[in-house]
Design a protein around this ligand. Structure first.
Ligand code: SAH
Length: 247
């Protein structure tokens, strides 16, 4: 949809960005967020991409939440990080990250072709040239040399349990790379069971951050998993196995 009025649909949140993340989008980045929002609204009219469609909710759950996981990493990431967003759906968290960190190279992965077709069109329309969208299963690309052991950062939001996300993400990381697993609720007991799974994959749970979202005060957690040594070749297991028999 063209926004013929040229007045933004998204609220001006620069002071909230600054207060919560000590970061703010430039004018160009805000324009891209707006065009991303309009593109998602228009995609939603063709097929169900996301139920989050109201402007403030979109800002909080898709833009702010996506960036909350990565903006704190910015000072420590290398100058042109390779990032993969596993199970990106309508492009989250990967597309806001691509806009916020233009020097990164982002791969958006989803197993649903219709979502990837939509994203390829959207990326081109918005001129987001540091990003490509590919169809595939995390378990399959995790065994392909062009993807395995090649990424600095892997992002996974709302794809499965934490240990399933870890089995998808860690084989794709270089040694020293970081997986960011976005969760809502999280408990110490879950952390205990995840620890063993992450160890088998060659990683450690480096930190768990708890926070609330700035508008609706919803609880969120980000788990940061660091790859310490290459993931053993048997992981990820065959398509479907990680979800059926979690580590
Ligand atoms: N990350 C997005 C979408 C979450 S819905 C968000 O937070 O808004 C989960 C998405 O993961 C779906 O689009 C589904 O097609 C994809 N998915 C599930 N399992 C997958 C797998 N093994 N490999 C790749 N994509 C997967």
């Amino acid at each position: 949809m063209e926004n013929t009025q040229n007045s933004p649909l998204l609220p001006d949140m620069n002071s909230v960005w600054q207060l919560t993340l000590n970061w703010q989008p430039t004018k160009e980045q805000n324009d891209l967020f707006e065009r991303l929002y309009e593109g998602i609204l228009s995609g939603n009219r063709q097929f169900n991409l996301t139920r989050i469609a109201a402007p403030e909710e979109f800002w909080e759950k898709h833009l702010w939440d996506s960036l909350r996981g990565v903006v704190p990493l910015l000072p420590s990431v290398n100058s042109a990080p390779r990032v993969i967003d596993i199970g990106t759906g309508a492009g989250f968290p990967g597309l806001p990250v691509a806009i916020a960190i233009p020097q990164s190279y982002i791969t958006l992965l989803d197993s649903t072709r219709k979502k990837i077709n939509f994203l390829q069109t959207l990326i081109e329309e918005l001129g987001i040239d540091n990003t490509k969208a590919i169809v595939g299963r995390a378990e399959a690309i995790g065994q392909q040399p062009q993807h395995r052991y090649t990424y600095d950062i892997a992002l996974v939001r709302a794809v499965g349990s934490a240990s399933v996300c870890a089995e998808y993400a860690l084989p794709l990381l270089k040694t020293g790379g970081l997986a960011v697993i976005y969760r809502g609720y999280w408990s110490e007991e879950e952390k205990d069971s995840l620890t063993g799974a992450v160890e088998q994959l060659g990683g450690v749970i480096e930190s768990v951050e708890k926070f609330t979202t700035p508008l609706s005060n919803s609880i969120r957690h980000c788990l940061y998993l660091r790859l310490m040594s290459p993931t053993p070749a048997k992981f990820p297991r065959a398509v479907g196995v990680p979800a059926k028999q979690p580590l």
